[in-house]
Design a protein. Structure first.
Length: 405
C-alpha cells in the first residue's frame, strides 16, 4: 500500500505524515498493490462474518493490527423501505442507517482507522475542526486510545447532541468565532507547524479508508450485489468519495460487479459542488457564507471537493440541491413512514431523491440506497422545532380523554 496524489500521481510511503501532496498540494489517496490485496483477502470469511469495519481489514492501511482502536463501529442496518419507496416513486429503496454507530454518525468508521493510524505514527495529541460529528467521534476514539484531543468548533453553530458528546468525552474544545471553513484553515496550520499534533479532519487520507466500508457493507448486505444508485449528503465531501472507492475496490478484486451512480446532495444555502457538476466544471467556486438547517453539511469550501467531482463523474452519477423546507419534509417522511430518525443532513438524501425522481433524472425502476449519515438525537432542538408542540392537560382522566376525541 502507498499514498498517491490524485492530481500529479506522485507516490509516497504509507507511513509518511502528509495530509496533502508535498509536490503540488493535491489530495492524497491510499492505493493498493492489487496482487497483494488479493492475496490478503479471505473470501470464505467475508461470506460468513457479520458486517463491521474491521471485517474488511484487508482493505485497511494498517501496519500494526495490535494498535487497532475500536468501539465496534459499522455493521449498521440496511433498512428496506417500501412505504418510503412508494412515496418517492422508486421500485426499491433502502436506507443505510449510520446513526447506529457508536457515537451516532458514520464518522466513527473513519475515526477507528484514523486514530489507529495516529497511534502507529506515535502521535500524543489529535485535533480537528468540526461541525460537530467529527469532534464527537474523535473525542470518543481519542479517549479510548488515551490520546489528548483538541477540537475547534464554529461558535453557536453546533447541534446540541454533538456538542454534548464532544464535551463529555473530554476533548479540549475551542469555540471559534467564525465558520467551519475558517476553523479548518486554523487547525490545518497548527498541525503543519506542530508535528506533535496529528490532524484528523477528512483531509487526512486514512479516515476515508474506514468510510469505504459503507460501500462494502451495502454490497455485502444486498447479497454481494451493487445497487443502481447511492445517494449521499455532501459536506466536506470525503464520504461520497470513500463510498465510491469502496465499490471500486470490491469491483477490482472481483467481489462484486459495477459501481453505483454516486449521487451527491447539498443544501441550497451551500451548494458549490452541485453547481460545478451542473455546469460541467472541474473546479468549484467556494461559497462564502454557507447557511442551512443541515449543519453537518454547512460547508462552503469542501476540501475534498475534487474527489467528490471525480466520484460523481466516474460513476455517471449526478448532484442536486434541496431547500431546508424539503429537508424537513423528508425527515418527517423517514420518521413517520419508516421509523428512521436521522438528522437533517441525512434527510437531504431522501429530499434530493424525491426531486430527481420527479424530474425524471432518476428512473422509477432503480434500486436506490440513501445513506442516513447521522442520528436524529444529534440535533434534538431541530426535531422539536419542526414538530407539533405537545398539548398540555391537567392530570385528570376526563380532561385527557377529551383531548383524544
Ligand atoms: C460529516 C457529515 C456529513 C458530510 O460528510 P462529508 O464527508 O463531509 O461530505 C453528512 N452528514 C452527517 C451527519 C455528517 O456527520
Ligand atoms: Zn501532487
Amino acid at each position: 500500500m502507498r499514498l498517491e496524489c490524485i492530481e500529479c500521481g506522485s507516490k509516497f510511503k504509507l507511513h509518511e505524515r502528509f495530509y496533502t501532496c508535498p509536490k503540488c498540494g493535491g489530495l492524497l489517496e491510499v492505493e493498493f498493490e492489487l496482487s497483494e490485496l488479493k492475496r490478503k483477502l479471505d473470501r470464505k470469511r467475508l461470506k460468513v462474518e457479520a458486517p463491521s469495519v474491521w471485517k474488511y481489514r484487508a482493505f485497511m492501511p494498517i501496519l500494526d493490527e495490535s494498535k487497532i482502536v475500536s468501539l465496534s463501529e459499522g455493521g449498521t442496518p440496511l433498512y428496506r423501505c417500501n412505504r418510503l419507496a412508494k412515496e418517492v416513486g422508486v421500485r426499491e429503496l433502502y436506507v443505510k442507517f449510520e446513526g447506529a454507530n457508536p457515537t451516532g454518525s458514520f464518522k466513527d468508521r473513519g475515526m477507528t482507522v484514523g486514530v489507529t493510524k495516529a497511534l502507529e505514527l506515535g502521535a500524543k495529541t489529535v485535533a480537528c475542526a468540526s461541525t460537530g460529528n467529527t469532534s464527537a467521534s474523535l473525542a470518543a476514539y481519542a479517549a479510548k486510545a488515551g490520546l489528548r484531543c483538541v477540537v475547534l468548533l464554529p461558535k453557536g453553530k453546533v447541534a446540541r447532541g454533538k456538542l454534548a458528546q464532544t464535551l463529555i468525552y473530554g476533548a479540549q474544545t475551542i469555540a471559534v468565532k467564525g465558520n467551519f471553513d475558517e476553523a479548518l484553515t486554523i487547525v490545518r496550520r497548527i498541525c503543519e507547524e506542530r508535528k506533535d499534533i496529528y490532524l484528523l479532519n477528512s483531509l487526512n487520507p486514512f479516515r476515508p479508508q474506514g468510510q469505504k466500508t459503507i460501500g462494502f457493507e451495502i454490497a455485502d448486505q444486498l447479497g454481494w450485489e451493487v445497487p443502481d444508485r447511492v445517494v449521499v449528503p455532501m459536506g466536506n465531501c470525503a464520504n461520497i468519495w470513500a463510498i465510491y472507492k469502496g465499490f471500486f475496490e470490491f469491483d477490482l478484486v472481483g467481489l462484486t460487479k459495477g459501481i453505483p451512480m454516486m449521487t451527491g446532495i447539498q443544501s441550497e444555502g451551500s451548494m458549490p459542488i452541485v453547481d460545478a457538476i451542473k455546469r460541467g466544471l472541474d473546479k468549484f467556486v467556494p461559497v462564502k457564507k454557507p447557511e442551512t438547517i443541515a449543519t453537518a453539511i454547512r460547508i462552503g469550501n469542501p476540501v475534498n471537493g475534487p474527489k467528490a467531482i471525480r466520484a460523481i463523474r466516474a460513476s455517471k452519477g449526478t448532484a442536486e440541491s434541496v431547500s431546508d423546507a424539503e429537508i424537513i419534509k423528508a425527515q418527517k417522511l423517514m420518521t413517520r413512514l419508516e421509523g428512521i430518525g436521522a438528522e437533517p443532513a441525512s434527510a437531504s438524501t431522501v429530499a434530493g431523491l424525491k426531486k430527481l425522481v420527479r424530474r425524471g433524472t432518476i428512473k422509477r425502476d432503480e434500486r436506490v440506497v440513501c445513506v442516513a449519515t447521522g442520528h436524529i438525537l444529534k440535533d434534538p432542538e431541530e426535531a422539536i422545532r419542526v414538530s407539533e408542540r405537545p398539548r398540555e392537560a391537567p392530570a385528570r382522566y376526563k380532561e385527557i380523554i377529551k383531548l383524544l376525541r
